[in-house]
Design a binder for this molecule. Structure first.
Ligand code: SF4
Length: 363
C-alpha cells in the first residue's frame, strides 16, 4: 500500500540519474547482486583474536583490497558468490574483532573519548555494550529510492545538535530496548521479507553501535542493502571498517567550514571529518547526501557544502537538499534557528545547487 502514498518511490525506479549514481544499490535491492556484507561473510580471513590491533589492521587493509576485487568479479559475472564456501573466519569476523577492540579505548567517532566501554565506562554518547533500540519500522518518509525503508532507530549520538529532531532518542530521554545481535538479525530479515528495500541503520547515530551492527549482520541470512544513515562524524577507523559492509552511505552534511558546527552541534573539526568521510563513502560504496538547509546559514554553510560536493564527489552525486528544518529541542538557544525556512531561502538553496553544477539533486 506504500506506493499509494509515495508514487515517487515507484517513479524513481525509472529515473536514469538515480539509477546511474546508485547502480549497485538498485541491483542489490532487486536481488541481482549480493549486498556487501554477504560477500564479506564469504571472504576468508586468517587472524587470532589476541593479535595486537595494529597487526589486525594490516590484515584488514589487505583484505579490503581483496574484497573490492572479488566484488568486481561477482558483479561482472566472472565469479558466483555461491561458489565461495563459508570460511572458518571471515573478513566480516575480522571487522567484528577490530570493532570490539576499539571499544576498549573507544574511538569509533571523532570525539575519541578513549573510555573502556567493555568495562562499563560511558563516553559522550552514553552507549554501552548492548545495542539499544528505540523503534523498528517500515519508513515511508525517506528518499524515494529507499522507500519502504526497513529503519532501525538506535539510542545515543556522538554530537549534540541543539535543533535535534530526534532528541528523545539521541539524548536518551527514552530508555530504549536492548537487543541481542541474533534478535536484531531476525528483525532485519522480517523487514526484508515484508518488502523493505534496505536495512536503514540510524539513531541517534549508528556509529557507537558499529561492533553490534557488524555482529548482527553476521546472523542475517537474507540479501538486503545496508544503508548507513549517519551524521558523518565518525573516526577514520570506523570509515575503514564500513568499507566492505555498507552499500549506501546516507550521510548528513549540515555545516560549512566555519564555526557553525561547533557552536550549534558541539562538533569540532566537523568540516575536515565530514569531507573525509564523504570521500571514503564515494570510494567504497554509493552515496546519498542529505544537506539540511538551516535558516540564515545559506551563505556560510549550504553554499560551501554544495560546491564541495560538486567539485570533490562529482556533479552527478545524489544530493537531497532538505527544507524540513523546524526548531526543535533547544533550537531557541540559537537565535537564527528559531524559525523555519522562508520561501526566499528555499529558492536560494535551489539556485546554489544549480550554480554548483549539481545535476542529480532532489528537494
Ligand atoms: S562512540 Fe561514543 S564513546 Fe566512542 S568515541 Fe564516540 S562518543 Fe565516545
Amino acid at each position: 500500500m506504500w506506493y499509494i502514498f509515495r508514487r515517487d518511490a515507484l517513479e524513481v525506479l525509472h529515473d536514469k540519474k538515480a539509477r546511474a549514481s546508485l547502480a549497485r544499490y538498485f541491483a542489490v535491492m532487486g536481488d541481482e547482486k549480493p549486498a556487501k556484507f554477504m560477500i564479506a561473510k564469504r571472504l576468508p580471513a586468517k587472524f587470532d583474536e589476541n593479535e595486537p590491533l595494529k597487526d589486525l589492521w594490516i590484515k584488514h587493509e589487505r583484505l579490503t583490497e581483496d574484497f573490492y576485487r572479488i566484488q568486481n568479479e561477482i558483479d561482472s559475472g566472472k565469479m558466483d558468490l555461491e561458489d565461495m564456501e563459508t570460511p572458518e573466519k571471515s573478513y566480516l569476523d575480522l571487522k567484528i574483532t577490530i570493532a570490539g577492540k576499539i571499544l576498549e579505548h573507544c574511538h569509533l567517532c571523532n570525539r575519541r573519548c578513549g573510555v573502556n566501554r567493555l568495562r562499563g565506562e560511558l563516553g559522550y554518547c552514553r552507549c554501552g555494550t548492548q545495542i539499544t533500540v528505540s523503534s523498528i519500522f517500515e519508513h515511508l518518509g525517506e528518499e524515494p529510492e529507499l522507500v519502504p525503508s526497513g529503519t532501525i532507530f538506535t539510542m545515543g549520538c556522538t554530537i549534540r545538535c541543539l535543533h535535534c529532531q530526534n532528541w528523545t532518542i539521541s539524548q536518551w530521554f527514552e530508555s530504549g530496548e536492548v537487543y541481542t545481535p541474533e534478535r536484531l538479525a531476525l528483525a532485519v530479515e522480517r523487514l526484508r521479507k515484508s518488502g523493505c528495500r534496505n536495512a536503514n541503520l540510524v539513531g541517534g547515530e549508528p556509529t557507537p553501535w558499529l561492533a553490534q551492527w557488524l555482529e548482527t549482520f553476521r546472523h542475517v541470512n537474507v540479501n538486503i542493502p545496508v544503508v548507513w544513515n549517519s551524521n558523518s562524524y565518525y573516526s577514520e577507523e570506523t570509515a575503514r571498517l564500513l568499507a566492505g559492509f555498507v552499500d549506501i552511505y546516507l550521510l548528513d552534511f549540515k555545516y560549512g567550514p566555519f564555526d557553525c558546527a561547533k557552536r550549534i552541534s558541539d562538533a569540532p573539526s566537523y568540516w575536515e571529518v565530514c569531507t573525509r568521510n564523504h570521500l571514503y563513502g564515494k570510494r567504497y560504496g554509493e552515496l546519498i547526501i542529505r544537506v539540511l538547509v538551516l535558516p540564515n546559514h545559506l551563505e556560510c554553510c549550504t553554499k560551501y557544502i554544495l560546491n564541495w560536493i560538486a567539485e570533490n564527489l562529482g556533479r552527478d552525486t545524489r544530493t537531497n537538499v532538505m527544507f524540513q528544518y523546524r526548531p526543535e529541542w533547544r533550537a531557541y538557544e540559537v537565535p537564527e534557528l528559531s524559525r523555519r525556512l522562508n520561501a526566499k531561502e528555499m529558492e536560494r538553496a535551489i539556485e546554489l545547487a544549480r550554480e554548483a553544477g549539481l545535476t542529480n539533486f532532489i528537494t
